[in-house]
Ligand binder design. Structure first.
Ligand code: SF4
Length: 299
C-alpha cells in the first residue's frame, strides 16, 4: 500500500521547548491500551510516576496538572518520557501528533495538522506548489473502490486547479466556485459572523477575536494557496460523493478566508494555529459550520 503525504511532510520537527503553544498543555491525552499495559509493567522510578499519573478510567489518560499541563512536561518544556524512555515508547497520540491519517482502499494519506505552530511555519513559508508524493510503499494493495477512486481523482483535479500559477489566485478561486456551482456567499465571512459567535471556544479571547473578523485578506497569494491546499488535502478525499466534495470545498475556502482575515490582528502562524485548534479540532464546531454551508449552497 502506498502512503502519500504533502511534499513538505519530512521537513517537520517538533520545536519542543521553543514552542509557545505546546500540545502537552490544554488537551486531554488518551493512552492506547498497548502503551498503557507497557507503562503499567515498568519497574523503575518512571514506571512508578506513570502509575501515579494515569487515570484508571477508560480510556486511560494522563492526569493533567494545574493549567491542564501534562504531568510529564518538565520545567524546561521537554517531555520526561522521551528523555527517560525514548521517543519510541510514547503512546499513539503523542507519537502521531500533529500528524493526521486518512485511510482508503488503495492508499493511506498522511499530513501535518495546522494546530501546531511549527507546521503553520512550514506551510506558510512553502514557496513551490505543494504536491502529494509517495513517501512509503509496502508493495501490497487492496481492491480499488470505484467510487473512492473517482473522489480522489476529483480532489486531485481541484489540487491541480489550485496550484496553476498561470492564473491569478482570484481566477483560480473563481474557477473552483464555478466548477462546483458554489455561490460567492461561501467566501464571505459576514455570512458566518453569527455562526462563529455561537461556537464553543477554549479561550474567551478567541470568542472575541473570531466574532470580530472582517472580510479582509492578509495572506499573500502563495500563502493562501498553501493553506487552501492543506484543507483540500486533509478533507476532500474523505467525501462519499460529489455533493460532499462541494460542501468540504466550501469549508476549505471559508477556513482559508477566515485565517486570512484573523491574521489582520494576530501573526499569520498564530492565526493558523488558533483557527485549527478552536475550529478544525472541535468536531461540534465543524458540524455547525458545515450546517450553515449546506444552508447557503442549498444542500
Ligand atoms: S505543538 Fe508542535 S511544535 Fe509544539 S510541542 Fe506540540 S508538536 Fe511540538
Amino acid at each position: 500500500m502506498k502512503t502519500y503525504a504533502p511534499d513538505y511532510y519530512n521537513d517537520f520537527k517538533c520545536i519542543a521547548d521553543k514552542c509557545k503553544n505546546s500540545c502537552c498543555i490544554g488537551w486531554e491525552i488518551d493512552i492506547d491500551d498497548e502503551t498503557y499495559d507497557k507503562y503499567m509493567s515498568l519497574r523503575s522510578p518512571i514506571g512508578e510516576k506513570l502509575r501515579n499519573n494515569i487515570t484508571t478510567d477508560i480510556p486511560h489518560s494522563f492526569k493533567l496538572r494545574e493549567n491542564e499541563k501534562c504531568p510529564f512536561l518538565n520545567e524546561n518544556g521537554l517531555c520526561e518520557l522521551i528523555l527517560t524512555l525514548g521517543e519510541d515508547q510514547l503512546c499513539d497520540i503523542c507519537a502521531l501528533h500533529p500528524r493526521y491519517r486518512n485511510f482508503y482502499n488503495t492508499r493511506t494519506e498522511i499530513g501535518l495538522g495546522l494546530c501546531c505552530e511549527a507546521v503553520g511555519d512550514i506551510v506558510l513559508n512553502k514557496k513551490t506548489p505543494t504536491r502529494l508524493i509517495v513517501i512509503d510503499d509496502d508493495g501490497e494493495t487492496d481492491v480499488p473502490d470505484e467510487a473512492e477512486e473517482e473522489i480522489i481523482k476529483l480532489r486531485d483535479n481541484i489540487l491541480s486547479l489550485l496550484s496553476d500559477r498561470t492564473c491569478s489566485l482570484d481566477e483560480r478561486v473563481m474557477n473552483l466556485l464555478e466548477s462546483f456551482a458554489l455561490p460567492d456567499a461561501v467566501l464571505k465571512l459576514s455570512e458566518f459572523r453569527l455562526v462563529f459567535s455561537s461556537l464553543e471556544y477554549m479561550s474567551p479571547k478567541s470568542l472575541s477575536l473570531f466574532s470580530s473578523v472582517t472580510d479582509e485578506k492578509t495572506l499573500t497569494e502563495i500563502e493562501y494557496e498553501q493553506i487552501l491546499n492543506y484543507f483540500v488535502c486533509r478533507y476532500l478525499a474523505n467525501s462519499i460523493d460529489e455533493t460532499e466534495i462541494r460542501v468540504y470545498l466550501a469549508f476549505a475556502l471559508l477556513s482559508t478566508n477566515f485565517i486570512s482575515a484573523l491574521a489582520k490582528n494576530i501573526p499569520k502562524t498564530e492565526a493558523c494555529r488558533l483557527y485549527s485548534s478552536e475550529i478544525e479540532y472541535n468536531e461540534e464546531n465543524v458540524e455547525i459550520i458545515i450546517e450553515k454551508i449546506c444552508e447557503l449552497i442549498g444542500e
